[in-house]
Design a protein around this ligand. Structure first.
Ligand SMILES: Cc1ncc(COP(=O)(O)O)c(C=O)c1O
Length: 394
């Protein structure tokens, strides 16, 4: 075994933060560079026809910066192989085409991220893939939504976006496997620091690495991690054949983000807990939705399968949609914007923004709902900002 492979294996078995910092890359033997270079190259010199160095022939098929990211995220999710894409949706589309055929059926969450639902409803359906939706928190409803012999994937998010419902990954994996389907978990909201679905029986993990993995709102990316080599082969073939790969600079940014995932997530969780406490005591807040709250229906499952409860908080306000919109517009430290998972706090109105694409469907979200991505700023500033934003009735 080469020194590089040996180092790689050691990093695979280490604790989470050690893996986050070391897995997927050994200092460059030529220069000692501790951080992977951004390999801005489309092609590679061959030592004679077919004489590839390290297997690299063309950067759609493989690029060393992307390889480092793919090895790193696979180690964090405790999977067999990782794959990096140009966006979360590119990862999703590649996965679906790798594992499904026209005529198959997929069960999707009834409160999935709007873009994921749109992908299934408007793009994959035209390709011949049927779907129906079920609540991820209701194992019986998911079982009932499965069409035996036709369902190839059970797709869940947990926590869901934006209602933070919790699916029991172990139970859902059993239900999917009974029916001969695979369980796909979108782990974007939890991040691999808080939850590792493959260790609970899921077959594939999906990430929008745009969010907590990247962590700095400076890159759009996606990833898949699989635990089975046959699934890995199909995904790898489609990654190359479809071509929606992560570029070297984007891969480098996500890899840099992953190194600090653990410390960032702990601060996101600390701040979110304080925000939840503040909102729960506010007279104009009618409901706070956070899996860390004992009254949250998914609290027991979340406590079992997550390390902590994450940085996403949703709440409903007295005064309906107008007041929800006004709160979003009055906030200053919380920046009004889509997306989540960056170091800066964001606020948004899902009904008009991230989830506008599901208006009028079963997935429509309440009009008085506000979603927060709680960042890692000084928490007192976040509380003061929310106090001000909630203060005056519109
Ligand atoms: C839970 C979840 N999954 C997937 C996606 C899609 O990822 P991307 O925007 O990187 O394509 C998002 C984006 O917001 C998301 O929130």
């Amino acid at each position: 075994m080469s020194e590089q492979q040996h180092g790689h294996e050691a990093a695979q078995k280490a604790g989470f933060e050690t893996r986050a910092i070391h897995a997927g890359y050994e200092p460059d033997p030529a220069t000692g560079a501790v951080i992977p270079p951004i390999y801005a190259t489309s092609t590679y010199k061959q030592d004679g026809v077919g004489g590839l160095r390290g297997g690299y022939e063309y950067s759609r098929s493989g690029n060393p910066t992307r390889t480092a990211l793919e090895g790193n995220i696979a180690a964090l999710e405790e999977g067999e192989r990782g794959f990096a894409f140009a966006s979360g949706l590119a990862a999703e589309d590649t996965l679906v085409r790798a594992l499904c055929a026209p005529g198959d059926h997929v069960v999707v969450p009834d409160d999935a991220y709007g873009g994921t639902y749109r992908l299934f409803d408007k793009v994959e359906r035209a390709w011949g893939l049927e779907h129906n939706s079920a609540a991820v928190s209701d194992v019986d409803a998911v079982r009932a939504a499965i069409r035996p012999g036709e369902t190839t994937l059970v797709w869940v998010e947990t926590p869901t976006n934006p209602l933070l419902n919790i699916g029991d990954i172990e139970a859902l994996a059993a239900v999917a496997h009974e029916a001969g389907a695979l369980l796909v978990v979108d782990n974007t909201f939890a991040s691999p620091y808080l939850q590792q679905p493959l260790t609970l029986g899921a077959d594939v993990v999906v990430h929008s690495t745009t969010k907590y993995c990247g962590g700095h709102s400076d890159v759009v990316g996606g990833a898949l991690v699989v635990r089975d080599l046959e699934v890995a082969e199909r995904v790898g073939f489609h990654q190359n054949a479809m071509g929606a790969v992560a570029g070297p600079f984007d891969s480098w940014l996500v890899l840099r983000g992953l190194k600090t995932l653990g410390v960032r997530m702990d601060r996101h969780c600390d701040n979110a807990e304080r925000v939840v406490e503040f909102l729960a005591g506010h007279p104009d807040v009618t409901q706070v939705i956070y899996p860390g709250l004992e009254e949250h229906p998914g609290h027991a499952v979340a406590s079992r399968q997550m390390k902590r409860y994450g940085g996403m908080v949703s709440f409903r306000v007295a005064g309906g949609e107008q007041q929800a919109l006004a709160v979003c517009e009055r906030a200053e430290v919380f920046t009004l914007g889509e997306s989540l998972g960056g170091v800066e706090s964001l606020i948004e109105h899902p009904g008009r923004m991230t989830h506008a694409s599901v208006a009028g469907t079963d997935l429509e979200v309440p009009a008085d709902l506000v979603r927060l991505s709680v960042g890692i700023e000084t928490v007192d500033d976040l509380l003061a900002d929310l106090d001000r934003a909630l203060g005056a009735r519109a």
